[in-house]
Design a protein around this ligand. Sequence first.
Ligand code: ADP
Ligand code: MG
Length: 229
Amino acid sequence: MIIDVRNLYKDYYSGELVVPVLKDVTFSVEEGEYLAIMGPSGSGKSTLMNILGLLDQPTAGEYLLAGEYTSGLSDKQLAAMRNEKIGFVFQRFHLLPSDTALQNVMLPLTYAGIPAKQRKQLAIEALEKVGLADRLDFKPNQLSGGQQQRVAIARAIVTNPTILFADEPTGSLDSENGEQIMELFQMLNEEGVTIVMITHEREIACRAKRLLYIHDGRISQTEGGAADE
Ligand code: ADP
Ligand code: MG
């Protein structure tokens, strides 16, 4: 089991007011799975994803990543775990605007302490994989939205993560570019990368092999995705 979430709660505090967002969320993901979590806007998808990606901590409950309890880890330990095991793809790409595609993709390798020469080679390979070998020196504003998201995917996979989290990865793209991103995810999953993707779009969710629903902060385990259709 790569992800094991048990009775997870997340409350936000707004002044005196407690805003419960995740409510008793329990589910697990096996290594190699391709899971989509689908729910409407405001249902708690990004909140859940940020916790799974170790960018935020739950209010209560347990989250084990690759068999390790994540509560009680220091920021440094969390960052190390994130760097070693996790790739993250966001709706709005989150690329550094003044860096080239190559520099953006090399960045996580710098954090991982990989030597400079190897960094460049690995980053080029990751950009080749997403079909951008001819755009290495382009900055984000010289690339289309779809190309920027492919750079972001190259950045997410360059460290060879066990698991890829994607928060509405096609949410800022037209359907043709969205389709290219879905094909990339499928290829990565076939290569063995575990994928957890959240979306509010059914056509996107159906590309995964398993589908969970989130509604008002609660998960329901139900039908499968593309595999059952
Ligand atoms: P989704 O990604 O499904 O649209 P979010 O996880 O972003 O949903 O948000 C779920 C709920 O939590 C929303 O009602 C939102 O207003 C609330 N929320 C999100 N972040 C915060 C925050 N930092 N402080 C207070 N409330 C928040
Ligand atoms: Mg969201």
